[in-house]
Design a protein. Structure first.
Length: 296
């Protein structure tokens, strides 16, 4: 059985009006543009979507808006549904299922610092309560804790609806270890744009990308050429995207991505506190990277 998800999937920004409210019209237009550019999946309300500062009502609404656009296109929606409160994560995951999301992206609980047994129990509780494909989001840099390959394999073995991982560990031994421990059908999606070539070579299937907020066509081209064994196109596209990847993380995400999207008239630059909008230095780096990649 092939992996459920692969290719270039976008960790969507959440465009906002100057007053800080969600710009619903821009968001849906942004989702449609992503689909038109060849993006393989939409991932609303993750870190890049500013999920920590969206209210629960906004969180649910943004997911609903993305699903409305994607419906009938064949492009899956993986809805952000994580929390460091297990009952809250179950509630958000239940909403994702009821709204018609194709899967839920559930981050490892942050701040609490659960043990490996605690991580297992957290995901097991969600998987038992909500029958929806679940993608584990392992991001030690933001969550402090790191789910081990053994714990992930145990979850995948015990729960058929735990079907993949967004791996933002930046450990390039991890995808190979995971492939050997769990199998080829467990979707491995990188959370680190700059190392995606090595991640794919080590057994990965795709990327949940920040860079594809501003370069969806190029990111899709990268993954398409990989799947088609078109190494010349893959190499050229990989190199073209490198400065874009660097620019997207030169300031706390998603400020650079929102500024880049604003240059394409796809979003405003507003982010919610405690984040701040792109500084002049960030703006210069993002603009230069996008120019070098032929995006503007």
């Amino acid at each position: 059985m092939p992996a459920m998800f692969r290719g270039s999937m976008t960790a969507l920004i959440t465009p906002m009006l100057e007053d800080g409210s969600v710009d619903k019209k821009k968001f849906q237009a942004f989702c449609q543009w992503q689909i038109d550019e060849g993006t393989d999946g939409l991932v609303p309300v993750g870190t890049t979507g500013e999920s920590p500062t969206l209210s629960h009502a906004e969180h649910r609404e943004v997911i609903d808006l993305a699903i409305e656009v994607a419906q009938g296109t064949g492009v899956p929606v993986i809805a952000g549904a994580g929390s460091n409160n297990t009952s809250e994560a179950i509630s958000l995951t239940r909403h994702a299922k009821e709204s018609g999301a194709d899967a839920a992206l559930i981050v490892t609980p942050y701040y609490n610092k659960p043990t490996q047994d605690g991580l297992y129990a957290h995901y097991a509780a969600i998987a038992r309560e909500v029958d929806i494909p679940i993608v584990i989001y392992n991001i030690p840099g933001r969550s402090i804790i790191d789910m081990s390959v053994d714990t992930m394999a145990r979850l995948a073995r015990d729960y058929d609806n735990i079907i993949g991982v967004k791996d933002a560990s930046n450990d390039l031994a991890r995808p190979l270890q995971t492939r050997v421990a769990i199998g080829e059908d467990f979707s491995q999606l990188s959370g680190e744009d700059a190392t995606i070539a090595a991640f794919l070579a080590q057994g990965g299937h795709g990327c949940i990308s920040v860079s594809s907020n501003v370069a969806p066509g190029l990111c899709a081209k990268l993954h398409d050429s990989w799947q088609q064994n078109d190494w010349d196109t893959f190499t050229e596209t990989r190199d073209t995207l490198l400065p874009v990847h660097a620019a997207m993380f030169c300031q706390s995400s998603p400020a650079p991505a929102k500024y880049g999207a604003s240059l394409l008239d796809k979003s405003g630059i507003t982010v919610r506190l405690p984040l701040v909008s792109a500084t002049p230095e960030t703006q210069n780096q993002v603009r230069s990277a996008m120019e070098s990649a032929g995006l503007i």
